[in-house]
Design a protein around this ligand. Structure first.
Ligand code: HEC
Length: 141
């Protein structure tokens, strides 16, 4: 709880520094031009091979025994953030918090220490990003 408060305070501080409150904190257009599929999105988030989100986050995944505690619980993400804010956070969290430990899931430029097989390829495709965003939007409480 305490750690979460610290993370939140940091996020708030960074937001005001970057002037994010003035409307630069979202990607409002779908990357594919269509809505994602929340069922596929849930599978990506819970997957230890694809999303790896539960390495850091916890959330409403009763079937997953081990969940992370390095990042805010994903419960309520769809109530805290707009769709566009969530999209930006998954695409490239470092655009909000340059010091974030959260990987940029849809950026292939400017990354260090990328294994050759992955160079030039984003971690998640545009479709997968939209699926994850659609799922997160269902997390209302
Ligand atoms: C290596 C750790 C790590 C991984 C992996 C990770 N995140 Fe995060 N995430 C964070 C941290 C830490 C924050 C808090 C903000 C910050 O420090 O940038 C965060 C913030 C968020 C937020 C906003 C927090 C809130 O208040 O709701 C969302 C949504 C989110 N992550 C979703 C995801 C999803 C979805 C995945 C998988 C596709 C993922 N994260 C993978 C570390 C991680």
């Amino acid at each position: 709880m305490k750690r979460r408060a610290v993370v939140l305070a940091t996020v708030v501080a960074v937001f005001s520094m970057l002037g994010v409150a003035h409307g630069q904190d979202a990607i409002s257009e779908s990357l594919t031009g269509a809505k994602g599929d929340p069922v596929r999105g849930r599978a990506i988030v819970a997957s230890r091979q694809v999303g790896l989100c539960l390495l850091c986050h916890s959330g409403p995944f009763p079937e997953e025994r081990f969940q992370g505690n390095l990042a805010p619980d994903l419960r309520g993400a769809g109530a805290r953030w707009s769709e566009g804010q969530l999209r930006l956070r998954i695409v490239d969290s470092s655009r909000i918090n340059p010091a974030t430990i959260m990987p940029a899931y849809h950026r292939s430029e400017g990354l260090a220490r990328v294994a050759p097989a992955w160079r030039g390829k984003p971690v998640l495709s545009a479709q997968q990003i939209e699926d994850v965003v659609a799922f997160l939007m269902t997390l209302r409480d």
